[in-house]
Design a protein around this ligand. Sequence first.
Ligand code: SF4
Length: 466
Amino acid sequence: MNDSSRTIAGGRPVPRGACPGVAAPLASGDGLLLRLRHPVGGLTPAQARAVADTARRCGNSALELTSRGNLQLRGVAGDALPAAQARLVAAGVADDDPGREAVRNVLVAPASDLDPQARADVTGLGRAVAGRIAGDPALRGLPAKTGVVIDGGGVAGIPGVYADVRVDPVAVPDGVGYRVAAAGRGADAVILGWARAEDVPGVVAGVLGRLAGIGGATPPRMAAALAERGADAFRGVPGLQTLDADTHGMTTASGPCAPGVGPAGAWVHAVFPFGALDADTLDGLAAIAEGHAGAASASLRLTPWRSVMLAGAGDDALAPLNALGAITAADDPRLGLGACVGAPGCASGSTPTRGDAAAMERMAPTLLAAGERLHVSGCGKGCGAPPTASIMLVAAEGRYAMAVTGSVAGAPDWPPAPAATVRARIAALDAVYARRRQQGESLEQLIHRLGRATVVRAVNEESERG
Ligand code: SF4
């Protein structure tokens, strides 16, 4: 094994930074990692049970929800890989054609068919786009992480998710059309035009085809292609019509959908700390979904918030979900925590990131209650890390560097230190924030008002006093 690739038993090498799948697993510290592509419209309870059974029989039972609405199995042994792949294909949650699976990276708003505030039900459109992309051989050379987002707006809209190509409903003179934009989120993606629903699959494939057609061993991601060639290189695709540059998608959500019971009892939204669950938990979710929504309409919608929405479940589902370890209350401080898998699950990790994050949560009650976020990254790769976090910790050789309102790649405010020292520093930051913030002031605003150096000095003084 070298730095640039990891070779798996029974599969092909998966380069670092690539996007693992079922056909192309990634070797990790606890075995092979198999990532299921986002299931548009959700998993049926039977599919969820099949995944749980596979995780139990072929892996180490650990499962993870990702920030792209995927579900991944951990700890699969090399000699169990063929059986795991066969089971997942038979359950209808993975393609039997690796080429189709590799390019089918489409995230669809998880509940646009249930959300009374959604501007459009995009579930069928999402399936059509995923099928069109997967079936187009010309797209198979795209970079593995090239992603498409189909949003429907409403309280369960996903405007905050980055996409190489995103599709949002917009008002057009005779009803609803679909804005097609590139390399961004709902608010900042570069608008390419709009299309009628029936044209959207072909338009998305056409835009991606132009990206795939850029020369070189591997085509660039869309942001780099736009920077180099401009948006006009992606306009003129058949079916794409001109749209004013200031036309925003009809998405209304400003952040992640709140946990708990959805509007008019349309769903119950269960968030799992760090997106981590296991086979028994997934079985439990399947049982709750069936028990509360009826077998015919039950489904488990996977979201980009590392959570599951149970269609049609109501208040009665809250207690059993809590018993499974799910967060169902909007004021739960664990919602502010994030951490990659770290050690020992990831070979690149040197610290137990999730255990450390859980211990650090207790040091930051004021910050977390105010909606600030704490993220613990096991190394500088920053898997699943947000662009910035109120408290950002990055581990190296068993110690954490810490930044306030910082990024994984940014300069830390404090050099690497053991976890115990960092916990004390977080407690000091929490005390400084509680004492010196003005009403409604965020940590970022406090730093802006007082200056970063002043805040760092105050935290150091508070640490020394404590
Ligand atoms: S960020 Fe975390 S999960 Fe990603 S490689 Fe580093 S330790 Fe592993």
